[in-house]
Design a protein around this ligand. Structure first.
Ligand SMILES: Nc1ncnc2c1ncn2[C@@H]1O[C@H](COP(=O)(O)OP(=O)(O)OP(=O)(O)O)[C@@H](O)[C@H]1O
Ligand SMILES: [Mg+2]
Length: 268
């Protein structure tokens, strides 16, 4: 890793329609060494927040600085060398093999003629191994299952070798083995100095693998942010999800275990 990088959002607000803020007054930072989990109900603004943090959308108030520069004003190539963004869904437009999709992640590092060298292919191979996608390398991306595609896209983002990763629900289509593998990989990356922000609906994986959490609710602000034991509280979660949420200790992992109570059954 090179010099430490820092992404800083200062009291940002964003609205798709005038007068309807998705969020406002949100401040957050992302630095190397941490896995920040962004959680909250459907429509609470997690993807929008990640898009604003990535520079894809400009905030209507406040600012997002990447190493002191407004992120949405940086050139895509300059930004991509430091920051990678994995959207919630990606629709491929070209027919490419899985390996070619992973190699696309190397283009911010390519020479002026756009060519990749042996070092780039080595990085791509390593990212296939890290995501257990080697056996998919020659498959057409279009023909992969949802979870296989998701792992290949994670490999492509990793191949970009960004200092900071913004990942929108990277494990939503993954089986239990690959969920744990991907979150474990994110933790290892953070230990190696990368900074990771990850949106997830899996509060139990968030409790286990994230070093801190940001909770968005139905109102336009952060409901809570901090370590899992401060954010994953029954009262906060019950308000955020408009459900009776219970939190206890997981008997095996000894991290927090979150579950929603089922609505009472109608008498027959
Ligand atoms: N392009 C858009 N134009 C107008 N409104 C949008 C647009 N994208 C999202 N929204 C609205 O903004 C709000 C936040 O959406 P966002 O996708 O950020 O939520 P989310 O927390 O990521 O939800 P989910 O958990 O379902 O992915 C929602 O009310 C959504 O309908
Ligand atoms: Mg979303």
């Amino acid at each position: 890793m090179t010099a430490p990088h820092r992404l800083e959002a200062d009291r940002i607000a964003f609205a798709y329609e005038p007068g309807a803020d998705v969020f406002r007054d949100v401040s957050a930072t992302l630095e190397g060494g941490e896995v920040a989990g962004i959680v909250g109900p459907n429509g609470s603004g997690k993807s929008t927040l990640l898009r604003v943090l990535s520079g894809m959308l400009a905030p209507k108030a406040g600012g997002v600085l990447l190493d002191g520069q407004p992120v949405h004003r940086l050139s895509p190539r300059r930004r991509a060398r430091t920051l990678a963004f994995l959207p919630q869904s990606v629709d491929p437009v070209f027919s490419l093999s899985a390996f070619e999709v992973v190699c696309l992640g190397r283009f911010p590092h390519a020479g002026t003629m756009g060519g990749l060298g042996p070092d780039d292919y080595q990085v791509a191979e390593r990212c296939l191994r890290d995501t257990e996608t080697e056996e998919l390398r020659d498959r057409d991306f279009f023909t992969l299952s949802g979870g296989e595609r998701q792992r290949v896209l994670i490999a492509s983002i990793l191949a970009q070798e960004p200092a900071l990763l913004l990942l929108d629900e990277p494990t939503s289509a993954l089986d239990i083995h690959h969920q744990i593998e991907v979150f474990g990989l994110l933790r290892r990356l953070a230990r190696d100095g990368y900074g990771v922000a990850v949106v997830t609906h899996d509060l139990n994986l968030a409790a286990r693998f994230c070093t801190r959490l940001l909770l968005l609710g139905s109102g336009p602000g952060l409901l809570a942010s901090g370590p899992a034991h401060e954010v994953l509280q029954e009262s906060l979660l019950s308000a955020a999800y408009a459900s009776a949420i219970r939190v206890c200790d997981h008997p095996i992992t000894h991290t927090l275990l979150v579950t929603a109570e089922a609505p009472p059954e109608e008498p027959e």
